[in-house]
Design a binder for this molecule. Sequence first.
Ligand code: AMP
Length: 285
Amino acid sequence: MQIFTLNSNLKSYLENEKQSQQNLAFIPTMGALHKGHISLIELAKTLSPVTLCSIYVNPRQFNDQQDLEKYPRTLEKDCRMLEASGCDIVYVPSDDEIYPDKINTEVQLQLGNLDQVMEGRFRPGHFMGMLTVVKRLLDIVSPQYLIMGQKDFQQFTLVNQLIKQYNLSVKLVVGSTLRDTDGLALSSRNQRLNRNERLQAMAIYQSLLKMSYEFNTKSINQLERETMQFLEDAGLKPEYVEIIDGDTLERPRHDANPRCIVACIAAWAGNVRLIDNLLLKGSLV
Ligand code: AMP
């Protein structure tokens, strides 16, 4: 496995290897890797002979300075996991490599409400920061495939827009959410949960499943309201429960026939913010 910290070295390596490495699949991460991330590497390996994973904790997508500081950084362990998974290239850039003074990294997009709803309401600026780094990374890596998790569904939708509006040739592929045995979506943040919070957190997936079972028999209003209550009763502090059209991220319209409908949740367990989602109808791709 090759590890690069400088864009120039990564780029010349990729250029030299181009003859033999036709297809490159790219998995951007912020490190603190777990089996969920590794499942994306495994998916990448089914698509392409060469996989490249980046590890970069992007300061611009944190609207809360404390959250940035608390973000776990476990580079050595991450590299061991990536090596064991068969990842070929790891890219670990510094802030100066991603945001050099001489390059304008800002992205210009027409997003309507896509970055304002759900996560956007509670994490102002988060998505523009995320889109800026994804665009910059795509410019550096030039992959054929970009692999992202359904776990961050709104992020996936916005990156789809980035690719469309900049007319990028990369193909976006979604990886399904890997869960613990009790259903909790794997997340780097889970390690900050104490025993009690970890038990409370189970209610997130339980309530997603409950909404899925009841989707055809109850109204969206009722499902959202009851789920808020279910999460509160479990000891969590829900920020939102929303059942949305997967393309517009808004309440599905009665007169439309959405390609997919997704239930999305953000909730606090103690001082750890967790998000999750479940497809209720249709398919993501
Ligand atoms: P992160 O480093 O947490 O920003 O995540 C990097 C990528 O891993 C994103 O595309 C996430 O959606 C994806 N990811 C995070 N958690 C999981 C999971 N439990 N299963 C599958 N993919 C995940």
